[in-house]
Write a protein that binds this ligand. Structure first.
Ligand code: GLA
Length: 387
């Protein structure tokens, strides 16, 4: 969405120029799934798809919100009346951010906001985090709050967890706020320590495809929360703060310790996924730092198998992408994001982009699934001010 267009739409709606225009991206996660609420490692990078916000301050305790992507007029909310737990629509993301900022004591006195996003919603590409982060960054700048990026991400996560009521981790908001063009972000979600890892696949003759299955997921739905609760149970049974604290080398012993309290094996499967997934992130970081991006293919495959069989958050459409892409010559593939629909990523040689894409499209048609959307992902910039 062009900056000019968003600015013009704001002016038309509110009868005055915005004070500025900001942008925040969606993300894909290269590796490290369902590890963030276990204090573990993740490795997302920013997409070129962004939420763009034109914003102006108000001093009368009113928040006005409008989206180019949703039918309906301007929503007008009183700041003092913002409260978690209501019957929320899309406005809950930006309103939740304002609520979280004010709850943390920041002097936000109102705003006019017009939003437009190119991040596909419900596709596992963090469209909601992009909305949250773009509003947080705009208000941080306009109200001169001086909050660092990681703290904006924390406030956005609080908006999502408490105001919207979706029990997500910290990955998506941090990715949107902190990623850098040309890099994947190696993030330790325990203390938000970050390392930007150069990630230029084209230079190595490779491409990363994103395949949006068009199966919509929802995180406030029960399954995500159930997985999270199961992980917390595993940590409690093992006597650790979070599953991140179970060393990979001790996994076998930890699983044995869990057996008496876990008759159906559910907790052990969750624990095994999280502990092995953290190790996969570290392996991918090492391979990329050694300049061997091709070698991450099998690690992506392992990650998918673990999410499908142990964590059980895949679905037939995601499995079909992964299986078909591999058969058609991809180097590796996995679901990305929370699962239960959404998107998969596929690592391919540049020459294989067309055959792999066609094979996936054909397989979806044969299975009578809705046609997937396939695009190439190159690591783009994190949130920033446009004007
Ligand atoms: C969603 C959540 C993230 C993370 C992923 C799974 O995207 O918002 O916090 O838990 O699922 O890795």
């Amino acid at each position: 969405m062009g900056e000019q267009q968003v600015r013009a739409a704001f002016t038309e709606l509110y009868g005055a120029e915005p004070e500025g225009v900001w942008s925040a991206p969606g993300r894909v996660n290269l590796i490290g799934e369902h590890t963030d609420y276990n204090d573990g490692f993740v490795m997302p990078f920013a997409l070129p798809h962004t939420a763009v916000a034109a914003v102006a301050r108000r001093d009368d305790g009113v928040l006005r919100l409008h989206s180019a992507d949703v039918e309906g007029g301007v929503a007008e909310l009183a700041l003092d009346a913002l409260a978690p737990g209501g019957d929320h629509d899309w406005t809950a993301y930006p309103a939740g951010v304002v609520w979280a900022l004010r709850e943390a004591g920041h002097p936000v006195t109102g705003a006019d906001v017009h939003l437009a996003s190119t991040v596909p919603a419900g596709a596992g590409l963090s469209s909601s985090a992009a909305l949250e982060v773009v509003v947080a960054l705009a208000l941080n700048d306009l109200y001169e709050l001086g909050l660092p990026r990681w703290q904006l991400a924390r406030l956005c996560q609080r908006a999502e967890n408490v105001y919207v009521g979706a029990p997500t981790g910290i990955m998506d908001q941090t990715a949107s706020a902190c990623c850098e063009a040309g890099h994947a972000l190696f993030l330790d979600t325990r203390d938000l320590t970050q390392k930007q890892i150069p990630f230029d696949l084209a230079a190595e003759g490779l491409r990363l495809l994103v395949v949006d299955t068009q199966v919509k997921h929802a995180h406030s739905g029960g399954e995500y929360g159930k997985r999270r609760a199961g992980c917390e149970k595993g940590a409690a049974l093992l006597g650790v703060d979070a599953l991140r604290d179970v060393p990979y080398a001790d996994l076998g012993a930890a699983l044995e310790r869990l057996a008496p309290d876990d008759p159906d094996g559910e907790v052990r499967r969750l624990v095994r996924h999280v502990v092995t997934e953290d190790e996969r992130v570290e392996r991918v970081v090492a391979l990329l730092e050694a300049g061997d991006a091709r070698a991450i293919g099998p690690v992506l495959d392992e990650g998918h198998a673990s999410l499908r069989d142990d964590f059980r958050v895949s679905c037939p459409e995601l499995d079909l992408v992964v299986d078909t892409a591999r058969t058609a010559g991809a180097l590796g593939a996995r679901m990305t994001g929370g699962g239960f629909g959404g998107s998969a990523i596929v690592l391919v040689e540049t020459a294989d982009v067309a055959p792999v894409t066609q094979a996936v499209e054909k397989a979806f048609a044969a299975a009578d699934f809705t046609a997937p959307r396939v695009f190439e992902a190159v690591p783009a910039a994190g949130a920033h001010r446009l004007t």
